[in-house]
Design a protein around this ligand. Structure first.
Ligand SMILES: NC(=O)c1ccc[n+]([C@@H]2O[C@H](COP(=O)([O-])OP(=O)(O)OC[C@H]3O[C@@H](n4cnc5c(N)ncnc54)[C@H](O)[C@@H]3O)[C@@H](O)[C@H]2O)c1
Ligand SMILES: O=C(O)[C@H](O)COP(=O)(O)O
Length: 627
């Protein structure tokens, strides 16, 4: 059985050597990969010899550990437990419960208020980084990590402070904690809505200044007023639910929200135009993206009802803050209540913050004890899971693959990587790969096969041996694109058992020369095909020759004229050189015609041995493939 875990789709597993380190491993084996039993123990630390993924990220990690071990042992201070654990940097305050989860698995470095330079300095020594909204995880951070940083955990929802493009390019998974602070943010939105309408903050300040200004702070009622929710996602829906209880009429604008969810809450989904022109109150709950940046500006404020009131617990950047000051000064916007700002903290002399009709809080939406504990546990489990190689349900820059799909595809994932690795070794040096086609034959409907994992693993198999990059599900497509290689896929429905997701997988590489001409089809493509038999990946076709060998160890492919004694001849050359043969298979186009002999070997034969095989007169060509 091939020694690779489906978990390595994401990362080589890092696990703690402490006794409770298997908490998340157990979770992963039972809930994430329920039926797949990897040959690497879930409790084992990864090691160089076992690692199925020779990659810079692994090497960096190992080098660090090994270097530490060397220096520690020479100084007599070796602490094996500490050295074998991954390191997680927490750069902003995280709930205690989350820290405990992290500490049971990793060395945890809680260093708050780091400057960008300090963060870049630390980052090359950590495997994961956990942030809230106050840490900018820029491209420089990923560059400075030199491939060691594998996961960024955002303890909250908004990931606008993380450079996702850079994370993806560096193969770093970004996960967030999208649900635990929803209610807290919604409650804060309602708190701002009510306190703004009744001038709570202003009148509080006035009284504390010794005044009693009952006429100045007459408020407005909420009942019967129209509230427009901009962004009808998790927080927006919860704000709607609560505002309905206050007797408000709720409309919402969200280009992506399902109408039935809105209907179920008695909310009418409307256009942006209708929302901003008819609302008495506008509450913002969309993410900050290039499309939503400064979407509230002079033009859009100009269309609003005079005296509109605005609440923002989403992101400061969705409002053009200078335009809001102008709209407040002109009275178009009567009041604003803001929890978030374009720059946080905003400058002390900010006209917006100082405006008499503005209520502000310092980004407190998620700051309840309950939400912070929840977020901390949610992100800690996601980060530990990701370091364990699991695909996170809250991955932001990788496809989320349901556990049952992953479990079913696990043996095919191994097959896919091996086929990629095999195919690329058949390409003659100097032939630039431009196009790879993957053909999946399956008895299932075309739509009933999620090929993202398989495609990623084929890309990994092809490119990892010929690049210094560590390739995983996060960056596989990006890597292929960056290298200018077009990956296309074709699914062919065949008459076989629908019990298995895939019957065969073919990898075809066009417009290249091959080291082994027999691997080419008449159309000039290198083509190899494999299938899973009894859970083990098998090579079933090379060019137009059928073979049947399990893909493990290394392989010698020989093209010969089919004749008696060939297996014995090659077998005895290998035997004399003490190279153990694990299997042999001959595929031929007809009796005594062209044939391909596939020989599995446990050791790599030396050059002389390979030359002796090549010198056998009936052998026309041969190639040694390292799997
Ligand atoms: N102040 C805080 O402490 C705090 C706390 C939690 C969340 N937030 C912020 O609140 C926002 C919403 O969080 P969420 O958990 O509800 O996220 P969510 O992803 O569940 O909801 C966001 C919604 O916005 C919609 N959307 C996207 N583009 C839009 C557009 N152009 N116009 C209108 N709607 C659009 C999406 O379809 C989605 O339904 C995020 O920006 C998040 O960072 C702030
Ligand atoms: O997007 C979020 O989750 C909120 O803005 C919370 O941010 P915080 O973790 O910095 O409080």
């Amino acid at each position: 059985m091939a020694t690779i875990s489906a978990k390595s789709i994401l990362f080589p597993k890092i696990s703690s050597s402490s006794s409770n380190s298997n908490v998340s491993s157990n979770r992963s084996s039972s809930s994430f990969l329920p039926s797949f039993k990897p040959t690497i123990s879930l409790k084992a630390s990864y090691s160089k010899s076992r690692s199925p993924l020779p990659c810079s990220a692994i090497k960096n990690g190992l080098d660090t550990v090994e270097a530490k071990e060397k220096s520690a042992s020479s100084s007599g201070t070796k602490d094996a437990t500490k050295e074998t654990k991954p390191t997680i940097l927490v750069s902003e305050k995280l709930g205690e419960a989350g820290i405990k989860v992290l500490e049971s698995f990793a060395n945890v470095d809680c260093s708050y208020n780091l400057t960008p330079e300090e963060l870049c300095k630390k980052i090359s020594n950590v495997d994961a980084l956990i942030v809230r909204s106050g840490t900018k995880v820029s491209r420089q951070v990923f560059e400075a990590s030199k491939g060691r940083l594998k996961v960024v955990g955002r303890a909250g929802v908004g990931i606008d402070n993380v450079d996702l493009q850079a994370a993806t390019e560096f193969g770093c998974l970004v996960v967030n904690a999208p649900t635990a602070n929803t209610v807290a943010a919604a409650e804060h939105g309602i708190a701002l809505l009510s306190s703004m309408a009744r001038n709570v903050a202003q009148s509080d300040a006035s009284m504390k200044a010794g005044k009693w200004e009952r006429n100045k702070y007459v408020g407005v009622s909420l009942v019967g007023k129209t509230l427009a929710i901009m962004g009808f996602g998790k927080v927006g829906s919860e704000v709607a639910r609560r505002a309905k209880g206050l007797g408000m009429h709720i409309i919402a604008h969200d280009p992506y929200a399902p109408a039935d969810r809105a209907r179920a809450l008695g909310v009418e989904l409307v256009s942006f135009e209708k929302a901003i022109t008819t609302a008495d109150f506008i509450s913002l709950h969309m993410p900050l993206t290039p499309t939503t940046s400064k979407v509230f500006n002079d033009e859009t404020f100009g269309k609003m009802k005079k005296g509109v009131r605005i609440i923002n617990v989403a992101r400061g950047g969705v409002i053009d803050e200078d335009a809001l000051v102008r709209a407040l000064d002109s009275g178009v916007v009567a009041q604003a209540a803001l929890d978030v700002f374009t720059v946080e903290p905003p400058p002390q002399d900010s006209k917006l913050v100082q405006h008499a009709n503005v209520t502000v809080t310092p980004h407190l939406g998620a700051s309840t004890k309950e939400a912070q504990e929840g977020v901390a546990i949610e992100i800690a489990e996601a980060v530990v899971g990701a370091l364990n190689g699991e695909l996170s349900a809250t991955a932001v820059n990788a496809p989320m693959v349901p556990a049952e799909v992953l479990s079913e595809l696990a043996p095919y994932v191994v097959l896919a990587e091996k086929l990629g690795k095999l195919a690329v070794q058949l390409v003659a040096g100097g032939s630039g790969i431009k196009s790879v086609k993957v053909v999946y034959k399956s008895a299932r409907d075309r739509d009933d096969l999620d090929t993202r994992l398989l495609r990623a693993m084929i890309i990994k198999g092809i490119f990892e041996p010929i690049s210094s990059n560590f390739i995983n599900l996060v960056n596989a497509d990006y890597t292929a694109k960056e290298k200018g290689v077009r990956i296309s896929e074709e699914r062919i429905v065949v008459d076989s058992s629908p019990e298995f997701p895939v019957d065969t997988v073919q990898v075809r590489i066009a417009n290249v020369e091959s080291k082994f001409a027999s691997a080419m089809l008449d159309n000039g493509e290198i083509c190899i095909e494999g299938k899973v038999k009894g859970g083990v990946p098998h090579l079933t076709c090379v060019g137009s020759f059928s073979v049947d060998v399990s893909i493990e160890g290394s392989l010698i492919l020989c093209k010969q004229v089919d004749q008696p004694g060939m297996i014995g001849r090659v077998g005895s050359i290998l035997g004399q050189r003490n190279v153990n043969v694990s299997f042999m298979s001959v595929g031929r186009i007809g009796v005594r015609k062209q044939a391909i002999m596939a020989i599995g070997v446990d050791e790599e034969p030396d050059k002389d041995t390979l030359k002796q095989i090549g010198d056998v007169p009936a052998i026309e060509e041969f190639v040694f493939l390292d799997l």
